[in-house]
Design a protein around this ligand. Sequence first.
Ligand SMILES: *[C@@H]1O[C@H](CO)[C@@H](O)[C@H](O)[C@H]1NC(C)=O
Length: 293
Amino acid sequence: MATTTGSFIAGGIAACGAVTVTHGFETVKIRLQLQGELQSKQEAVRLYRGVFHGVGVILKNEGPRGLLRGLGCAYVYQMTLNGCRLGFYEPLRKTVTNMIYKDPTVQSFGINLFSGAASGILGAAAGSPFFLIKTRLQSYSPFLPVGTQHHYQNAVDGMRQIYSQEGIKGLYRGVGPAMVRTGFGSSVQLPTYFFAKRRLVQHFGMEEGMPLHIASSTASGFVVCCVMHPPDTVMSRMYNQTGNLYSSAFDCLYRTVKTEGIFAVYKGYFAHLARILPHTVSQAYRPYCEVEQ
Ligand SMILES: *[C@@H]1O[C@H](CO)[C@@H](O)[C@H](O)[C@H]1NC(C)=O
């Protein structure tokens, strides 16, 4: 694994490029997840009717600016997440490997996976306030609002307002589901990637190379999105709330499913997929600690 400052910066720039390209889908995803919250299917008004409809409506009413709300926050979040992954992965992996095998140079898939997930979870915790503000900036719309409309001028203003009204606790609202979400994603991505790869080689006779990488990472992207999306929906809703609509993430999950049906946790799935696939596919495969989110 590359650890030099140069490669950190290069990796950061590449990640920010991917974030820029897919940010619009993320905006649509958040609005899809929030619309019709705690309303039965009959009473819920569907302002946004899917990924492409959502992108179209936002472009028409708010222009490209509407799709790119919260982009600055997305960069800071991405940097925090990647920084934690690069910073914690190796030390963690070495320590645990040394504890179990008495030799830090052993490569164990299980330990590597654990270290990747754990450093991702730490990154998600550290970056949660940025994700919170990003979510609120993205759900803000002067035309078709869904969710609480928070009038933040920008990320710094958002941070200042939340801190002065609710303190540190307010900034860390929703950190639980945020950690679960990244933990789920990080632990599923590589096993499914390798599983898909083996199957494609066995059953379709594909050979090592770009097409195999693209096919395997696409397959793994679908699965990653399936496990990540329910905690992601809970997270978006916890981030939206300002009062005490939900007492906990479990309360949110329970009431969402009870009022809107089981598929409510998959609202915005395709927008999420559109957000994730370009990341998973474009990643030059870096061992054990990669999943965007
Ligand atoms: C967002 O949070 C507010 C305040 O907690 C709540 O009233 C609202 O129902 C939530 N959801 C939406 C879609 O507005």
